[in-house]
Design a protein around this ligand. Structure first.
Ligand code: G6P
Length: 619
């Protein structure tokens, strides 16, 4: 595999060039992972330069004020706080008592309290509240009784429970970096007499495309000339050399102001990529190659129930899947991964679990996967190739969209629900859906990219959304309402607004609104209805009237040409007519764009909203 996504960003360099400068250049590519604080340690001979700053890594550059710390080895880190608030003290790198070892780390040391207590009892003094600092002191301690620093790291890590991707730099061996991994990606990039290290390939492609990924419980000893790899028992291992094929451009903004904007506008391409080669229009079916292994298709055809799960946006995709599968007559249930763990489904051996995850690295989803795997067949719908969920599920479907960089998920959600439409078509056809119905659905899915593109190429439509964002930007409360398959759309629309504008927004089933939320409605509380043309829209119209009777402003996302909706809404955003089951794909687009426009109108950095991280790898 090549990389996954994980909290925080790690980089390192050893070679002839200015190590701190290169390490920080690599780190710039990873700030979207966490930007509570940033720091580096570089070595010139046996002299350390260490600097840390709270906030975005620009603060670190401000502090450097143009100076370049000398030296050919450096480690860098950008942090998303887990243990300890974001302060300079808690920023990485962390060191031992003597200041001989500096460590940057991703992951969570689960037994850090026990280790810390034992180390404190032996006289170690801690400077931070982090779990990471334990590592530096632990290596200092094990070094007392080991013949080399490598052995100290190896024996130290044997005591560690939890996950780590880490790099250690030491004045004891100034031209060597020690890199280790367990359930947290770390890649080595080979240059010409130099090595680059990063927790994400997106950074490495700045300098090299020849990479090797460290496996679980492996340690690499890296110098400018080469590296040796061992497992925690000290047995030598070798890594598989890989070449990254992504273009640099794919991970860049491509002319848009923000990644989020670029990613919303690449929705049609995301759908096209997710369905390419998979839609069999003539047969009225879907071919999902990733499921065509080890009897998976047979097991799906007799599955008693499909359990879908994920976190955040991916959970809303799972919920969409539940509605869709049930409409096709297939028993299905969606649950939030972190809750499914505590109230797990009562599995029948013939059930199947489907995990949704853009990154494939979300800890709560992995936690549920671990439990489900013991009992039933598990499948993943994942974007990042080779990520943990992709590796650990029995089979799966890749989203095949290029990396999503904006922290708030947009194109990935669109792609997830498209793939669930293919998945449902396949299962429904397995269970006797007539070929004609399958053909109709396949044809409708095939039209989605063009229909989406027709919205996103319509300047008038985009301007209308921009105008509405100006009109509504100062409201502080929003209710997003939908019925049936558009209830998950309402949840996702509200989540987007919350994430990128910090405005309070709630998604609710439209029919349930009168059982509570209606108490909040007044002229300052906006309701956004997702009300495409379908059999139950009259009921939604009634809900809209209930809001208007209480002076609440009503914004509706409705089908173009539906004149009736005019009577019930103050403002309308239209989407092209489409089969009801596919309407969430189209209705999500204006909701994403509206959130984006409101967020940017408020001056928020929508690509990196405060407190959020692209991939949450802690439970
Ligand atoms: C984080 C992100 C969300 C995302 C969720 C699940 O909370 O901020 O945007 O929906 O994780 O991520 P996944 O990679 O599993 O889809």
């Amino acid at each position: 595999m090549i990389g996954g996504e994980i909290m925080c960003g790690i980089t390192g360099y050893v070679g002839k060039r200015n190590a701190a400068e290169i390490g920080l250049k690599l780190l710039e590519k990873l700030v979207y992972r966490g930007y509570d604080s940033a720091g580096f340690a570089s070595l010139d001979g046996a002299n350390f330069s260490v600097m840390k700053a709270v906030g975005h890594m620009d603060r670190l550059y401000d502090k450097l004020n143009g100076s370049k710390p000398k030296g050919g080895a450096a480690i860098c880190h950008t942090r998303w706080a887990t243990h300890g608030i974001p302060t300079e003290r808690n920023a990485h790198p962390h060191s031992d008592c003597a200041g001989r070892y500096y460590v940057v780390h991703n992951g969570v040391i689960e037994n850090y309290k026990t280790l810390k207590r034992a180390l404190e009892a032996s006289g170690h003094v801690f400077a931070s509240e982090t779990d990471t600092e334990v590592l530096a002191h632990l290596f200092e301690e094990t070094r007392k009784t080991t013949p080399s620093l490598f052995e100290a790291v190896r024996l130290g890590l044997q005591q560690v429970q939890g996950t780590f991707g880490l790099v250690l730099i030491s004045s004891e061996t100034p031209e060597t970096l020690y890199v280790a991994a367990r359930s947290s990606p770390i890649l080595l990039g080979k240059g010409d007499g130099e090595y680059f290290i990063a927790s994400d390939p997106r950074a490495l492609i700045l300098y090299t495309r020849d990479v090797e990924e460290l496996g679980d419980d492996q340690i690499a000893v890296v110098t400018a000339k080469g590296h040796r790899v061992y497992d925690l028992d000290g047995v030598a291992r070798s890594l598989k050399a890989q070449r990254i094929e992504w273009s640099e451009d794919e991970a860049e903004k491509g002319g848009y102001r923000h990644f989020m904007e670029k990613e919303i506008f690449s929705g049609p391409e995301a759908v096209a990529n997710s369905i390419r080669g998979r839609l069999l229009i003539k047969e009225g079916n879907a071919r999902l190659g990733g499921l065509n292994v080890d009897g998976v298709l047979e097991r799906l055809s007799s599955a008693k129930r499909i359990y879908l799960s994920g976190c955040g946006t991916s959970y809303y995709a799972a919920l969409f899947g539940q509605y869709l599968l049930k409409q096709a007559g297939i028993p299905a249930e969606a649950g939030i991964a972190s809750e499914f763990r505590y109230s797990p489904p009562i599995f029948d051996p013939d059930d199947v679990v489907v995990l949704m995850s853009q990154s494939g690295e979300t800890a709560d989803t992995i936690g549920f996967l671990r439990e489900a795997k013991k009992k039933v067949l598990t499948l993943g719908i994942v974007n990042v190739v080779g990520s943990k969920i992709a590796r650990d599920t029995d089979a799966g479907i890749y989203q095949h969209i290029s990396p999503e960089v904006g922290v708030a998920s947009t194109k990935a959600f669109i792609s997830q629900i498209t793939i669930l439409s293919l998945f449902t078509l396949l299962l429904a056809r397995q269970r006797g859906m007539p070929v004609e119905n399958g053909q109709m659905i396949a044809q409708s899915i095939a039209r989605v990219p063009d229909l989406m593109q027709s919205m996103l190429s319509d300047e008038g439509w985009i301007k209308h959304i921009a105008d509405l964002s100006q009109k509504y930007v100062n409201y502080t409360n929003f209710l997003y309402l939908g019925r049936g398959i558009n209830y998950p759309t309402a949840l996702e629309g509200a989540l987007k607004l919350k994430e990128v504008s910090y405005i309070h927004a709630e998604g609710y089933p439209a029919g349930e609104m009168k059982h509570g939320p209606i108490a909040m409605i007044d002229e300052n509380f906006v309701s956004v209805f997702i009300v495409p043309e379908n059999g139950h829209r009259q009921r939604v119209f009634s809900n809209m009237e209930e809001i208007r009777a209480r002076y609440g402003p009503v914004l509706a996302v409705a089908t173009a040409g539906d004149l009736e909706v005019n009577e019930h809404a103050d403002d309308i955003i239209t989407i092209p007519p489409i089969e009801d089951t596919l309407s969430p794909i189209l209705a999500t687009v204006p909701l994403q764009l509206f959130a984006y426009k409101v967020g940017t109108a408020k001056g928020i950095n929508v690509d990196m909203p405060r407190n959020l991280a692209k991939s949450v790898t802690v439970e």
